[in-house]
Design a protein around this ligand. Sequence first.
Ligand SMILES: [Fe+2]
Length: 296
Amino acid sequence: MKNYQQWVISTHAAHGPAAYFRGMPTTTPPLLTSVQLARFVAHGHLRLDAVVPAELNREALDLLPAGLPDVPHGTPLADAYPPGSLPRRLVELPAVAGALRSLVGPSPTVDHHAVHVREPHEGHAQPLHGDAIIDVRPDAFDVQLMYYPQEVTADMGGTLLVPGSHLRRTNESDTGRYQNLRGQTRLVCPAGTVLLLHHGIWHGGRRNDSARRRYMFKIRFNPTVPQVRLWDTADLADPAVTTELGRYFPWYEQATGRLEVHNRVRLWRALTGDDSFDVEHWVTRVTNRPSQRSRS
Ligand SMILES: [Fe+2]
């Protein structure tokens, strides 16, 4: 495998100086709607089925077995991947670029990336986990892109997700003793599918019972701008926004499930800059501090 600098230089040489540009495309990709954002805030993930063309999937399956050079932590996305490279073409796909821009803004940095492999007849699954230490930021989140270049069938150990778990702050693999939760989803998808995850979502690679290796390429993005109204807000007043944010998931306990909705409202307030938004008056009630108001 080449190191990072060799990779950048060789890809640059292959595509010529004229192809090298430091910025990302200047046209605005299709942004997510407010209802889609609310759904992301409730579920903790967004799924884009078969958005990557077959040609790029084939190239990925040629390339990923050898791995990709590490990108230094914090590299601006516009600088992280040479033009023509697989990751660059992946993040420039309009559907992917639009979703990323809606979630982390126009100029995120690459935290890290990795190629994940589930071996054939592997015999064990990855424990349920979050990808980092406990993270209680109330007004920012990272996004993890997961790209599946091949069809993932039911026996290939597709990534397990627990929808609605991302705001229940846990520390790395402390959830690993949970084997199954009601409402969990195990990914079965066509080739070229991309998941975008809130960094806090509980997830894990399942056991691969098939005879094929399963590949997934992951990139974690850190925002560099306030994550406020980065999407297409034309439908912000759509009642479906509140419906999405008030959703319950089957694994929630009755009482704690209410706290999940509360935490979503707080995140939605941060994302919209609208401190009056609420579901059932819950956040308004517990943030009412008359003694803190100005007496002037
Ligand atoms: Fe993970």
